[in-house]
Design a protein around this ligand. Structure first.
Ligand code: TXA
Ligand code: MG
Length: 495
């Protein structure tokens, strides 16, 4: 490992906080400039993010060993020109930095020689991710947070604003989780991140706490809630039957974005299930969600943390925008990594049936337990329906239209475009890229964020073309059609 020190230019006394950055995030390969092959210009979003934090954090670049000897002169000059001052360049790591032991060793060695405490280190890496570390002297054992924690973000601005509000990241999160868990125990409402979307949680065994969820969301009482658990033992008393196939799904997909509907026990109050004899249960995979549920010791009823019928939240900021004042605490865990809600599957009918497509696709489910019915297939019994799946849902305030050819709207500056994949077409209106590389998972992750951004621009219309109907594309299309208020393509015209 080679360490190149540069003069530290910050006047701040607190020089114990460091942001390590993967070199490649400095270069211009962001969404908007993704079509630009010249990777020797700086990513403007990263530059403005770094300008915001460099007074309070030392900036250290991690450079792969297979690059030219050191951070090349051109990039260095561009950084200086932009007003960014690096503290050091660490060289000699492999290409995919964060998961490599050599990167950890390198960071460790650097921190020790500069007296930087573990919990004051942030690692920013490609794919808009930040890793933060537990304090070495106080390992958090027996919890979901015993390892370094990696959070995802939708933008670099979101990333640095999270870092600035969590100057002691790991400890800040632990404190927030402990006090939120106390609030849950006392019947309070807590908004928290899951891998799918943010949830608005309450103790599922406390009917008056659950009632507050419906009030906060303005949600009708006929729409039942999903109960979230942190382990199997917590789940078993909530149901009266556990079919073998449901257990197989749990083995394969829990913790994760799969919700299973089973006959409920008397422990689950009627308000949670809207009076239905079944309960929907899920074990989320987000470590903050798991830790919150574990600390509260309660099963947590939680719908998406948005106003009923509106776009779901995939950042804490989204929750604040719609629900501020109606919950007792919020855990800010950055952006959601799956980005759309869980798949809901019911075991109440003869054949398991998907009620809502989501983070786990039908093919993956069928390869685990064999044939299941999809949400589009007619149900032969009336027990396997989902009362919450109304034709209009997830809606933006600006009308959304599903179209065959986006180019028809290219000359309209008042029309926002949600684009999947690259396009040669120049659009006069604002464009949000769901995924430049036509990756349906990336589109799912960015969907609600992109819808919300276009919705904030006071446009007359938003247009989108459906994704190919495979994998998670099915779930993305389901949300788009519901947001457009149209059960199928072409049933609604611009009026
Ligand atoms: O990913 C998710 O599932 C997120 C996060 C927070 O976990 N939660 C979520 O909750 O999307 P919500 O309330 O927005 O959607 C729950 C869906 C609704 O369509 C509801 O009708 C259905 O699950 N559901 C809940 N309980 C049910 C039951 N007993 N039978 C049938 N459907 C049920
Ligand atoms: Mg919802």
């Amino acid at each position: 490992m080679a360490i190149q020190h540069r003069a530290c230019t910050t006047d701040n006394d607190d020089k114990g906080s460091v942001i390590f950055l993967e070199k490649k995030i400095l270069l211009d390969e962001s969404y908007r400039s993704g079509m630009n092959a010249d990777h020797k210009s700086l990513n403007k979003e990263v530059v403005s993010a770094l300008l915001e934090v460099q007074d309070q954090f030392l900036l250290v670049i991690l450079e792969p060993s297979n690059d030219t000897p050191t951070l090349d002169d051109h990039v260095h000059a561009l950084l200086l020109e932009s007003g960014i001052h690096l503290f050091a360049t660490l060289q000699g790591m492999g290409d995919s930095l964060v998961d490599q032991d050599s990167t950890r060793d390198c960071i460790e060695q650097f921190s020790q020689s500069n007296g930087i405490p573990a919990e004051r280190r942030y690692l920013m890496h490609a794919g808009l991710k930040v890793t933060c570390f537990p304090r070495r002297t106080q390992p958090v054992t027996g919890t979901f947070l015993s390892e370094p924690l990696t959070l995802s973000f939708h933008t670099y601005a979101d990333m640095v604003s999270w870092i600035l509000t969590h100057p002691n990241a790991y400890q800040n999160l632990l404190n927030a989780l402990h006090s939120a868990a106390e609030l849950l125990k006392q019947g309070g409402l807590v908004a928290f991140p899951t891998e799918t979307v943010y949830g608005l949680g309450a103790d599922a065994t406390n009917p008056s706490a659950v009632e507050k969820i419906f009030a906060a969301k303005k949600r009708p009482f006929f729409d039942p809630l999903i109960v979230h658990v942190s382990n199997r033992e917590q789940m078993l008393p909530l149901v009266t039957e556990l079919p073998k196939k449901a257990e197989m799904l749990m083995d394969q997909f829990w913790p994760g974005p799969l919700t299973i509907v089973l006959p409920k026990s008397s422990l689950v109050p009627a308000i949670v299930t809207a009076g239905f004899p079944s309960v929907a249960i899920r074990m989320p995979s987000n470590p903050l969600a798991l830790e919150l549920i574990r600390l509260s010791g309660k099963p947590i009823a939680a719908p998406s943390a948005n106003l009923f019928g509106c776009t779901s939240p995939t950042t804490a900021r989204h929750v604040v925008e719609q629900l501020q004042g109606s919950y007792d605490a919020i855990i800010d865990g950055g952006g959601c990594t799956v980005g759309i809600e869980s798949t809901v599957i019911t075991f109440l009918g003869e054949t398991p049936r998907i009620l809502r497509p989501g983070g786990i696709d039908q093919k993956a489910i069928e390869s685990c337990i064999g044939k299941v019915l999809s949400e589009q297939q007619e149900s032969t019994d009336d027990v396997s329906t989902s009362p919450g799946m109304l034709p209009s849902h997830y809606a933006t305030a600006t009308k959304l239209l599903i179209v065959e050819d986006l180019c028809d709207y290219a000359s309209r500056p008042d029309v926002g475009v949600l684009l999947f994949g690259q396009s040669e077409q120049v659009f006069l209106g604002p464009v949000e890229y769901l995924s430049l590389g036509s990756d349906p998972s990336e589109a799912a992750k960015r969907l609600y964020q992109a819808m919300r951004r276009l919705d904030s621009l006071s446009l007359s219309l938003l247009v989108v073309k459906l994704l190919p109907e495979t994998g998670i594309g099915v779930a993305v299309n389901n949300r788009l059609m519901k947001a457009a208020g149209s059960p199928s393509l072409g049933t609604r015209k611009e009026d």
